[in-house]
Design a protein around this ligand. Sequence first.
Ligand code: SAM
Length: 294
Amino acid sequence: MSEFDLVRPQNTVAVLQKYQFHFQKKYGQNFLIDAHVLEKIISAAGITEDDFVLEIGPGIGTLTQCLCRHAGAVAAVEIDQNLIPILKDTLSEYQNVTVIHGDILKLDVKNLARESGAGKMKVIANLPYYITTPVIMGLLESNAGIERMVVMVQKEVADRMQAQPGTKDYGALSLAVQYYAKPNIVAFVPPNCFMPRPKVGSAVICLDCGQKRAVTVLNEAILFAIIRASFNQRRKTLVNGLYNAPNLSLTKSQICEAMERVGLPLQIRGEELSLDQFAKLSDELSFHNKIGSI
Ligand code: SAM
């Protein structure tokens, strides 16, 4: 039997019946039952036996079993207490996995990486959609030595992460993700690949975080404050968006002067600026100390 045969619907049903498991909607439980998608995740992750892998939300352990076969060590964090005995069973033949019963949003990921002794890690997950953005942003900002993340997310969220300036999907999430990583959608996944079926389409996205930041800025906090302010009032010009942001306290003339110095037309909207242009504007405003403490 190939490792990818593990995901056949009848195998999942057998495990669920054996343990009389009931799905909990509040935990975003949509288990993967498609072998091709599993194969794509494993191949995009490029896992070798040198890798330490963190899996978020192992469910009944289908993806986890494949990870165990490829990686040196796997840590799987699952919030649902009812899944812990199931995971003990489905993962019983693997010595290189640690199941952690807990909430990924409360886990000290940096410490986990340190304790593993690997110093770097890959993150793989069919993410529970109700916490996609906080989980991804928390991991990107964690400084935990994450080289690559391969995650299943709602299709619409994957589109936003990869979006370019001037498109309807482009926004604060696109810029934040692209500041830390190179996003690349590797598969679109329809609802029938899951049990139970979600109401929305999904996508697997690979975020390569190994390299340095996409741009260098004097002050990251100021960069992100400017980005948030620009998209809070999407249809307004950049000048008005920044002027109306209470935490920036900028005058119109300070904003206009800074924009002119970096060569931005005064009528431009935030959604038209590239990350590089946001970085230049951020440095202009930081350098002249126009923004107090953020
Ligand atoms: N990996 C399995 C699969 O692909 O079939 C299950 C994926 S399911 C979409 C999401 C999993 O994340 C569920 O097992 C759910 O219980 C778990 N989960 C939900 N919220 C979590 C949290 N805050 N921390 C850790 N696990 C969580």
